[in-house]
Design a protein. Structure first.
Length: 388
């Protein structure tokens, strides 16, 4: 299997798995208890908090653990909205956010909040000027993702953060796809809150973190025993937290090397596919994108069929967000780029990881060519294009 769907999830790194093992059986204590087993678990958890903080340039006291990116997004967005609703009810986001942000904003719209969805345009990048024009005296939160999960475009987060700070508006970014792939420093980015998820950077599923800048106060959306400063109560998943910490440590050590190598593989695949397959196109910005992200569209091709053809050749890929893969509707991200529905259905996403090699490039490209050629021979839409 050539695995090229790392934006959906990544395999657990063997070093991460090894670090987690003791906390399932031997060091199984509840981190909130006072005796030695509990203290051991607490120490492991706090050591991991330092590793997460180090990767994103935060203070360990500014990191709380969650069940993943979706929960982190919900805590940040709802926590801000409920805390500041007496001050204002306006939220600004983009029209290409992950469902964890998009659906949370839609929920708040049903409960008295107003949401402005900034257009990302045909290249998938929000314009800072549009953001400035959207701010009102009722704006309490800006939530714009750092990098898009489908098309990989990187947003001007630092500039957005400067504007938010100038207007004294809380700023949250979903950095689930960017953390561990490109440099992320919360202070340099001017963010108040940042979401990340373990299973996107070779850690276990079901664990994530939320950076909350010192001084930022949120209304809890879950109530219980007061864990994680009362923001995210519930017995801590110590093994998962240890795995996340180790994954962050490894990511920080190998960030520059992986960035350069994956960028080279990405660019070669893009060049060979676009030059070798007629009416093939790259979705998103050509360079302002994650080093591991490739998103193509092919005229008169149905994306799901393409994914299945590649699967038969031993290549794992996707058409878009794994969280929306069972929906029949076209990707809202691709539609936001201005694509027609039929073109949005013809997308292919390849997201690379550290185990992918240069030797795989030619096989992957040839497999895509063969699959596209086979599907187009069966497509009545392509026959019409061909005749024209």
């Amino acid at each position: 299997m050539i695995y090229m769907d790392h934006s959906a999830t990544s395999p657990v790194d063997p070093e991460v798995f090894k670090a987690m093992e003791p906390y399932f059986v031997d060091s199984f204590g509840n981190a909130s208890t006072l005796y030695s087993l509990g203290r051991e678990a607490r120490k492991a958890m706090e050591d991991s908090r330092k590793k997460v903080a180090s990767l994103i340039g935060a203070d360990p006291t500014e990191v709380i653990f969650t069940s993943g990116g979706t929960e982190s997004d919900n805590i940040a967005i709802k926590g801000t909205a409920y805390r500041l609703r007496k001050k204002g009810n306006h939220i600004i986001t983009s029209d290409i956010e992950h469902p964890a942000v998009e659906e949370t904003c839609k929920y708040l719209e049903k409960n008295g909040f107003q949401v402005t969805y900034l257009p990302a345009g045909e290249e998938g990048i929000v314009k800072v000027e549009d953001l400035k024009n959207a701010i009102t005296d009722k704006t309490i939160l800006i939530t714009i993702m750092h990098a898009n999960n489908e098309i990989g475009t990187i947003q001007p987060i630092k500039e957005i953060g400067e504007i938010a700070r100038e207007h004294k508006i809380y700023f949250h970014t979903d950095a689930v796809q960017s953390v561990g792939k490109i440099p992320v420093d919360v202070k340099d980015l001017n963010v108040d809150m940042l979401s990340l998820s373990s299973h996107k950077l070779y850690g276990p599923k079901g664990i994530g973190a939320l950076y909350i800048k010192k001084g930022v106060r949120l209304e809890p959306i879950i109530h219980g025993g007061g864990h994680e400063k009362g923001i995210r109560p519930g017995t801590e998943n110590v093994a998962g937290i240890v795995g996340l910490g180790k994954a962050c440590e490894i990511a920080e050590q190998n960030l520059e090397e992986n960035f350069k190598r994956l960028t080279a593989i990405r660019d070669e695949i893009i060049e060979k596919v676009l030059s070798g397959i007629e009416q093939s196109y790259l979705n998103g910005h050509p360079t302002k994108r994650l080093p591991n992200n490739i998103n193509f569209r092919f005229t008169s091709i149905e994306g799901e069929s393409l994914v299945l053809h590649l699967d038969a050749k031993g290549i794992a890929s996707s058409t878009g967000s794994a969280c929306s893969s069972k929906k029949l509707e076209p990707s809202h991200v691709l539609m936001a780029l201005g694509l027609k529905e039929v073109d949005a259905h013809g997308s292919l996403r390849l997201t690379l990881g550290k185990e992918n090699k240069e030797e795989e490039i030619d096989y992957v490209v040839e497999s895509i060519k063969d699959a596209v050629d086979t599907l187009r021979k069966l497509s009545p839409l392509w026959c019409q294009v061909d005749e024209e």
